[in-house]
Design a protein around this ligand. Structure first.
Ligand code: UD1
Ligand code: MG
Length: 460
């Protein structure tokens, strides 16, 4: 067996992003780019991963550790090139006996399957395998130079390439795999005598061949190796990711009426026979069970850093149009959440309904309860959040304010327009509005009096 170590290069500052955030932490589908790469490494069988960061990039290390607890972090003090970056992980390379794969933190769309194919080239006898692609525009990439029998003989960086070499359309993605006990010795022999004055990882090929080792190139589709250097490239990578994910979701048995308008997160789980109407957004940490319908223009925020809680929409529920589900919304089976209803940190029992214009924040709604239009859970007193509990089968009349902490018992009624500040027992009626007063004929008399007054003034 050859245990796999992956080294993810992420020391570049990404100045073209024009951001206070290190480039590899910019999110793609709600997850930092570097974490996508870590996930792919794991699905390719990486036992151990290391990330190489620049000085002051502790946040990258933190995020990477959240993705993979045992990740090793190395700091590359000066960015002297890709080979120099790999050597920042020297202590690990000295201890590791097995395969090594180098990935870039800013190439987030690389798939685990492709990495496995690259590794298979090592099983076929190569000491070095490079992932190549044929971009529409090869400008800026290193060119893969192969010989008649399909071996890779060199990678030439564009700045160092002859005219003939530049005409080659087969390019280096940057992803490389190694099976040689001599990798460190090869890396140590790389020099910086080139146009950029950097230690190029790509020089590994010629040195390995001089040592009698075999190098090969494996081709992959361009969209898997899109590199992100700027925000427009980030948006292009997001589009590519979303396109692939929508397809997967549809193949998994969900209907997307206008797929190009639905935005998933890296971890969105969608069940079977789910229908998603146009313009729906999923933040991280959302699970949608079978037979759920999500109507147009619904925003499902999901997980956030503060609450660490996601959103669950259980089977048969109907959400939207224009609904908003925030962290901790646990929407029970067959629940209806209608237009302009916001739900945050509330567990809703089976069959409960909140069909129009409501804020349900912090609490519980029992099974089959009905929350009328305009109901507000007044959960915040300016200092603390409090719970509202609505019992099963309770009916909350329209335009009611439930001032938390408060409990409405099972089967109780709250009359429309009430401001409820005390607990209501089960099956009781609570009414806190002013009582209804009626004066027969008052309006007609009032109008007659005012008309007289007006005509009297006109005569003056
Ligand atoms: C590199 C390859 C090129 C390939 C291209 C694909 C080399 C010499 N060239 O060029 O053949 O076609 O990628 O996108 O390898 N990094 C560090 N420390 C450093 C330098 C780089 O961590 O000192 C990291 C960067 O953060 C980045 C990656 O390595 O994630 C690639 O570096 P970059 O400078 O973008 O290399 P390219 O010029 O694009
Ligand atoms: Mg680059």
């Amino acid at each position: 067996m050859h245990p796999l170590l992956t080294i993810i290069l992420a020391a570049g500052k990404g100045t073209r992003m024009k951001s206070a955030l290190p480039k590899v932490l910019h999110p793609l589908a709600g997850l930092p780019m570097v974490c996508h790469v870590l996930q792919s490494a794991r699905s390719a069988g990486a036992g151990l991963s290391a990330v190489v960061v620049g000085p002051g990039m502790e946040r990258v290390a933190r995020e990477a550790r959240q993705e993979a607890e045992d990740i090793q972090v190395f700091v590359q003090e000066d960015q002297l090139g890709t080979a120099h970056a790999v050597l920042a992980a020297r202590p690990l390379l000295e201890r590791h006996a097995g395969d090594v794969m180098v990935l870039y933190g800013d190439t987030p769309l690389i798939g685990g399957k492709t990495l496995k194919a690259l590794r298979a080239a090592l099983d076929d006898g190569a000491a070095v395998a490079v992932l190549g692609f044929r971009p529409a525009d090869p400008k800026g990439y290193g060119r893969l130079l192969t010989n008649g029998v399909g071996d890779l003989v060199a990678i030439r960086e564009e700045n160092d390439a002859s005219e003939g070499e530049r005409a080659v359309g087969f390019c280096n993605s940057g992803v490389m795999a190694f099976r040689t006990p001599h990798l460190l010795s090869i890396l140590d022999r790389i020099s910086d005598k080139n146009a950029k004055g950097e230690f190029y990882l790509t020089d590994v090929i010629e040195i390995a061949r001089a040592d009698g080792l075999r190098a090969v190139a494996i081709e992959c589709p361009e969209h898997e190796v899109i590199g992100v250097n700027s925000r427009d490239q980030l948006a292009a990578a997001e589009v590519a990711w979303q396109k692939a994910r929508r397809r997967e979701v549809m193949l998994g048995g969900a209907t997307l009426i206008a797929p190009e308008t639905v935005w998933f997160s890296y971890d969105t789980r969608i069940g079977q026979d789910v229908v998603i109407e146009p313009n729906v957004f999923f933040g991280p940490g959302v699970t949608v069970e079978d037979r759920v319908t999500i109507k147009a223009n619904t925003h499902i925020q999901g997980f956030d850093q503060k609450s660490r809680a996601g959103v669950v929409i259980r089977s048969g529920a109907e959400i939207g149009p224009f609904a908003r589900l925030r962290p901790g919304a646990d929407v029970g089976a067959d629940v209806h959440i209608g237009n302009f209803v916001e739900v945050k940190n509330v567990k809703m029992g089976t069959g409960a309904k909140a069909n129009h214009l409501a804020y349900l924040g912090d609490g519980e709604v029992g099974a089959d309860a009905n929350i009328g239009a305009g109901t507000i859970f007044c959960n915040y007193d300016g200092y603390f959040k409090h719970q509202t509990v609505v019992g099963s089968g309770a009916f909350i009349g329209s335009n009611s304010a439930l001032v938390a902490p408060v409990k409405i018992g099972d089967g109780a009624y709250v009359g429309s327009g009430s401001v409820v500040t005390k607990d209501v027992p089960g099956d009781a009626l609570a009414l806190t509005r002013a009582s209804h007063v009626e004066r027969p004929g008052w309006a007609a008399k009032f109008r007659a009096m005012m008309e007289r007054r007006k005509s009297g003034r006109a005569a003056e």
